[in-house]
Design a binder for this molecule. Sequence first.
Ligand SMILES: [Zn+2]
Length: 356
Amino acid sequence: MVQVRAPLPVRRDRVADRRRHPVPGRTVSAHEAVLRLQREAGNRAVTRLLGGAGHAGRRLVQRAPENPPVTTLTPSGTLTPAQWTTAYRAAVAKPTVAAYEALFRDIAVTAGMRQLPGFDLTTIPVSDGKTAKPGLNLTLEPAETGHTAWVDRNGTFGVRLRPTRKQPPDVGIAILLGPLALDADKGLSLRTVRHEMVHAWHKVKVLEAVRGWQASRAKVGLDAWLETQVERGTMTDLDLALVSKGAQDAVSDTEVLAYVEGFSQDFHRRAPTMAAATFSFFELLGVVETRKVFPWSNADPAVRREALARLRDYRATLGPDHQRLWKEWLDRERGKTVKNQPGRTEFLTALAAFVV
Ligand SMILES: [Zn+2]
């Protein structure tokens, strides 16, 4: 279980803008089919995520995690932890698309990725980092962990959404996973996958909301329309923040919840020692800073409340050794003098209210 891997990976810049590199000659029919699937399934998923209509007033805290919990590391048809470790070591020793595709599919199924619209995992295309297809993509680029972004009909990965009142969003949702997302331990390979799935679910919400706004023929802009949904009780403040900022491709809100997810998929699976938990705490500090972005300081108050509520819930599931270690880590971090990290003190102070 103890992971000794140095140096720490570069913080993921997950929703990065990518240069546009149109790829001529790509077929669009499959793309369109997946888009349709993502939209249709997204309807149901978002209805579920938003909760029922008719709820009067604003719900201050809504804990409806994007991903269902991982209840088993070995769902039907997937590798046992021992088989995983063998397959992982073989892939590292001889990196081939086939070897990694099997691993990415296995961990994606285990993580519940097939519930994301358009992520049926029958094929996992190889991406060059600039192009991708809707759904899960892989790369053998050794320094890649994971990214989630819009992909357009040309296959350009990382386009902006730019919603307009009439033009239906012609983008799909793509996740790109690389070798650094994985670990010799199967359970410790969930951190990045689940982090990216949170981004993907937030993009499902954005697409659905944009479609709802367009279908309403409202005379107001998207943000004003979203506000009316909150007033009517069909949307929470949390979703308002995620959708409004997400439609502008802002990353802070979604990163806060994604790093919370990564941490809570990982920490309890490690031995309760500071050395073993290094990667977990590294993930947790992504809430404060991820490459050039300071999620916590820029996040909406509703997102912050949700993040803290999820972390508080997660802490309650931990055994005493992990609870003690988390407190020890927090005390150590709060004792450090760290400059130029807006939001750091605020986040750590907020944690101290329940990491005791
Ligand atoms: Zn992220």
